[in-house]
Design a protein around this ligand. Structure first.
Ligand code: CUA
Length: 350
């Protein structure tokens, strides 16, 4: 049944855990609207014939419909709309809530290409490799204008915005190659802004990752592009540490829990911060990015709004690297990795 309807509606393959549920809702909406519009059409034809004017002098009597009948005609569509909304909203919430065990990939849209960066090393342009059966969270931003990351087979579509992080996630079920499209008009090259997700079997993915780590960058990923976009190899945490030093972040933020001009970065990621207006925020990727771009907007209680904006001073990948560096500063986490160095100081400063 699913397969028949999918082909009938010309839908692409169902290659993620979302696909089937999104399609089921699609079928439900299509089938109910199809049945109802057919019923309305047939009723109209029946009325045309049954109540046609039979003579020049015929008049129409005044009709007061019964209350129950009005309630029925208003109530039935309302029930369906509510049901669709409920099912759609449930799916929306699911798509907006990445599971905590997801692996992260940073995505940057740029006129007119997609760039991917894995926190522990390899970068690629236009080709995203992921293992099948794993939850993958995409942390997405744009370098210039609004783009939209769209993989039809996964039934995911998410806008990417300059100076901000948005996220989505998926779990690809079938190994294969799937097209990534840009679904937001972004200029003359919009139609050629395409990429590819390559879903590998878990073992193949591990092999590929090991291959990348040995420094043998597969050149087939690198399409001829602007020089500044050549995929630099290296760990995002290390890059972030370097950028933090270069940009002077560490003049105000400590990484060991000590209180200074700005909040410490130790254990900052996902910390619940009280702001000077009394509200609470969770320091996730979106908040950290927002705080670099518009520092005065949400100031942590007890600190002065003295930080300058880094809007236009940091490129998307640099912001991602900084976020990744901040995420690495956890006092109780055992961090392992090729260049993580010694464990971080076990101080829990708030
Ligand atoms: Cu990017 Cu359209």
């Amino acid at each position: 049944m699913n397969e028949v309807l999918r082909r009938l509606l010309f839908l692409p393959d169902q290659a993620s855990t979302f696909a089937r549920d999104v399609d089921r809702l699609h079928y439900f909406v299509i089938i109910t609207t199809f049945i109802m519009s057919t019923a309305v059409g047939l009723t109209a034809i029946f009325f045309f014939v049954r109540y046609r004017r039979r003579s020049e002098t015929q008049t129409t009597p005044h009709i007061e419909p019964a209350l129950w009948m009005e309630a029925l005609f208003v109530g039935t569509p309302l029930i369906f709309f509510t049901l669709w909304f409920f099912l759609g909203f449930r799916e929306f919430v699911r798509q907006q809530t990445p599971p905590s065990d997801s692996m992260d990939v940073y995505v940057m849209g740029k006129k007119w290409m997609w760039k991917f960066a894995y926190p522990d090393g390899p970068n690629s342009i236009n080709v995203l490799r992921v293992p099948a059966g794993r939850n993958v969270r995409l942390l997405m931003t744009s370098r210039d204008v609004i783009h939209s990351f769209y993989v039809p087979e996964f039934r995911i579509k998410q806008d990417v915005l300059p100076g901000r992080y948005t996220q989505t996630w998926f779990n690809a079920t079938m190994p294969g190659r799937y097209q990534i499209l840009c679904a937001e008009y972004c200029g003359a090259g919009h139609s050629i802004m395409r990429g590819e997700v390559i879903v590998l079997k878990p073992q193949e993915y591990e092999n590929w990752l090991a291959f990348q780590h040995r420094g043998l960058v597969a050149t087939q990923d690198a399409q001829p592009t602007a020089l500044d976009f050549a995929p630099p190899l290296g760990n995002m945490v290390d890059q972030g540490r370097r950028i933090a030093a270069e940009q002077g972040c560490l003049k105000c933020h400590t990484t060991d829990g000590t209180r200074h001009i700005g909040p410490t970065w130790l254990d900052l990621y996902l910390r619940r911060e009280r702001l000077n207006d009394g509200s609470i925020v969770v320091a996730d990727e979106a908040y950290l990015t927002e705080s670099m771009m518009d520092p005065a907007l949400k100031v942590v209680e007890g600190f002065q709004p003295v930080m300058p904006s880094f809007q236009g001073k940091l490129a998307g990948p640099e912001v991602a690297a900084l976020v990744e560096y901040i995420k690495s500063l956890q006092s109780d986490a055992v961090r392992i990795g090729p260049s993580e160095g010694p464990a971080y100081a076990p101080i829990r400063g708030r």
